[in-house]
Design a protein around this ligand. Structure first.
Ligand SMILES: Cc1ncc(COP(=O)(O)O)c(C=O)c1O
Length: 401
């Protein structure tokens, strides 16, 4: 009898974590490496949020809690949805987990049966297809294109839906492209969903607050209130609040779905970290001024990276609306040979050669379902970004046909 389960054979480990690890290993071995792979802000968690955690510890709030979150945090989540998204939820419609990742995983585990399909727009966050596979479902990839700045069109969504579609996963602003859907663009998608009442919507709003140039965030249940009864709106404190390590994500949706997600969590991790939950109460209810300050820095870095990458031979980089990623196309270098003698046949080869020859770590586009591209996370210092982009420019300029 083999040790490992067949389910595990269907999934691959996260390529973004693999790139981060490889960059760290090279760095530890003394190489001059600039990591642009990690999906987390380089800012520290704001002090008032850390203080709330210290107070929670001092007050002995260190025991198990209700499986899917303390009452105070669920109330803070309800207030957040009301304030920011004009969505009304009661605390029994809210679930809190160990990160946005667990929320999505619970929802898929709680609902997917063999043969159920999940429509995922590509480029996608690397974990969506593998989570669907782990939960026993079938990912159906709907390809967006660079012509629409990587946003899915109504026709593309319509073509991907079948009688077996259970979920449509929607993510705006997007990881890996940073693309954000305007109200009108999202309305076109929700109009399609209104024609398919058997399809549920999982909206991953993790990058809601990381939006630039006056971009106005919106979420499906807000744009089309008739989708409210079949939408799970998910979010978390990881990115906007620089709290990736605290592991708190949350969602709101129909009571039956939330209860099923609670059941999954009750037999896996139980409650998310108690101390982190109290910190998240402060994150949601406390002052948010630091988000605008951080966004000023992010937008400056985005502009720097987009400008420098567009100046690199063979690279073309759209300007995204949000998150802290850009997703340049490298179609202009495919088929060329690097100075180190590597023939750039695809984006994985490009990313490996870039790391080996210049010490710049990026994640190749195939990992996100759209090639030939790579993802840059610009959540790092201006100096590191300038140096990394300069190395990418040199790398591209020294290629031969
Ligand atoms: C689109 C998207 N959704 C969800 C998550 C999960 O976030 P968390 O760290 O809260 O699990 C991430 C993290 O990278 C993400 O990029």
């Amino acid at each position: 009898m083999k040790l490992l389960s067949d389910t595990l054979d269907r999934v691959k480990p996260s390529p973004t974590i693999a790139v981060t690890n490889k960059a760290q290993e090279l760095k530890a071995a003394g190489h001059d490496v600039i990591g642009l792979g990690a999906g987390e802000p380089d800012f520290d968690t704001p002090q008032h949020i850390k203080d709330a955690a210290v107070v929670a510890i001092a007050m002995g709030k260190t025991k198990y809690t209700a499986v899917d979150g303390i009452k105070e945090l669920k109330e803070a989540v309800c207030a957040k949805f009301k304030r920011d998204n004009k969505l009304s939820y009661e605390p029994n419609q809210v679930s809190v987990s160990s990160g946005g990742k667990q929320i999505l995983y619970n929802a898929l585990m709680a609902t997917l049966n063999e043969g159920d399909e999940v429509v995922i727009p590509a480029p996608y966050w690397v974990s969506y297809p593998d989570m669907v596979l782990l939960a026993g479902g079938t990912p159906v990839i709907a390809q967006a294109s660079v012509q629409t700045n990587y946003k899915l069109t109504a026709d593309q969504l319509e073509a991907a839906i079948t009688p077996n579609t259970k979920w449509f996963i929607f993510n705006s602003p997007s990881n890996p492209t940073g693309a954000g859907y305007t109200w009108d663009e999202l309305k076109e998608l929700t109009d399609v969903l209104m024609r398919h009442p058997h399809v549920w919507v999982m909206s991953d709003d993790m990058y809601e607050f990381l939006a630039y140039d006056g971009f106005k965030f919106c979420t499906p249940a807000e744009v089309e209130p008739r989708l409210y009864d079949r939408t799970l709106t998910t979010n978390g404190v990881s990115k906007a609040y620089a709290m990736t390590g605290w592991r708190i994500g949350y969602a709101a949706g129909p009571v039956e779905l939330i209860a099923a997600m609670r059941k999954v969590q009750s037999q896996s991790t139980s409650n998310p970290c108690t101390i982190s939950q109290w910190a998240a109460v402060e994150a949601l209810n406390g002052q948010h001024d630091f988000i605008a300050d951080n966004n000023e820095i992010f937008v400056r870095r985005r502009n720097l990276v987009v400008d420098m990458l567009n100046a690199a031979e063979g690279i073309s980089c759209p300007v995204p609306e949000g998150a802290f990623y850009v997703y340049p196309s490298i179609s202009g270098v495919i088929g060329k040979t690097s100075a180190g003698g590597t023939k750039i046949e695809n984006d994985e080869i490009f990313a490996n050669a870039l790391l080996e020859e210049t010490g710049v770590a990026v994640v190749f586009g195939a990992a996100f379902g759209l090639s030939p591209n790579f993802r840059v996370s610009y959540a790092t210092s201006d100096e590191a970004l300038k140096e990394a982009c300069a190395r990418i420019q040199t790398f591209c300029a020294s290629m031969t046909d």
